[in-house]
Design a binder for this molecule. Structure first.
Ligand code: F6R
Length: 239
């Protein structure tokens, strides 16, 4: 667990990402959406502008996507990944993947997403956020740890938390496609970001509580290389 000022945590992870892409030009990144990693992605963009790298061999796999909104919807995770990562970093769009429930011509359908990650060599560095209920990806409490990428109903709490990105709760999709706990655990290294006291309970349960499917992030205790990057609020309930 790294307990650090938010901007310093962003800088640390952005440097890790930049150095990974520099050292390993065919690295496979696992990328989360949501508010927690946004500033990290911006810092990586700044680093790439200041010191360009050949990123043509880098691949990225997103964690999740809503079901029921078009890929070009401004709040879709396709749009997020495009505008925060693919375009500003200059990645090859053919190597950037977001799961889809009904894949179009160039998408990877849900049931083959894990195979596509394996075929790319597996994720070298997976970035995660955490939900107030302990979800990672959109794996809500109760999701079996054995599940791979699948379609998942969103809980009312998650839909409320994400209503800020939409015109209102009614516009928030009811389900999603998400990498499963088993998918996430196959990444070689995982970094989870959490900020603010509203995440403190979920963080404490994930780090110090029992490993239980009721707290999806607690499965990370079974992974040998996980870092939690927390500000004071998010770390406040850790012993
Ligand atoms: C996003 C994702 C979610 C978020 C989590 C926290 O791809 O999978 O698990 O990481 O809901 O969201 P923020 O960072 O917006 O608080």
């Amino acid at each position: 667990v790294i307990h650090i000022r938010r901007d310093a945590g962003c800088e640390w992870l952005a440097t890790e990402l930049y150095e990974l892409m520099e050292a390993q030009p065919d690295a496979v990144l696992g990328v989360a959406t949501g508010s927690s990693p946004e500033a990290v992605y911006t810092r990586v963009t700044e680093k790439l502008l200041a010191h360009p790298l050949d990123v043509s061999g880098i691949s990225a796999f997103a964690l999740d996507e809503y079901v029921g909104i078009p890929n070009d919807h401004p709040e879709s995770y396709h749009s997020f990944i495009d505008s925060h990562i693919t375009v500003p970093w200059g990645l090859n769009p053919q190597r950037v993947h977001v799961p889809e429930s009904a894949a179009g011509d160039d998408g990877i359908p849900v049931h083959t997403y894990d195979d596509a990650i394996a075929a790319a060599g597996g994720v070298d560095l997976q970035i995660l956020g955490i939900g107030h209920n302990g979800h990672i990806g959109f794996n809500e409490p109760g999701t079996p740890f054995s599940r791979g990428t699948h379609v998942q109903q969103l809980t009312p709490r998650t839909r409320e938390a994400n209503a800020r990105f939409f015109d209102g709760i009614d516009d928030v999709p009811r389900s999603s496609v998400t990498q499963g706990p088993a998918t996430i655990l196959r990444a070689r290294r995982i970094v989870l970001l959490a900020y603010g006291a509203s995440k403190a309970e979920a963080v404490a349960a994930a780090v110090e509580g029992p490993v239980t499917q009721e707290v999806p992030a607690s499965v990370l205790q079974r992974h040998p290389n996980v870092t939690f990057v927390l500000d004071e609020g998010a770390a406040s309930l850790l012993s």
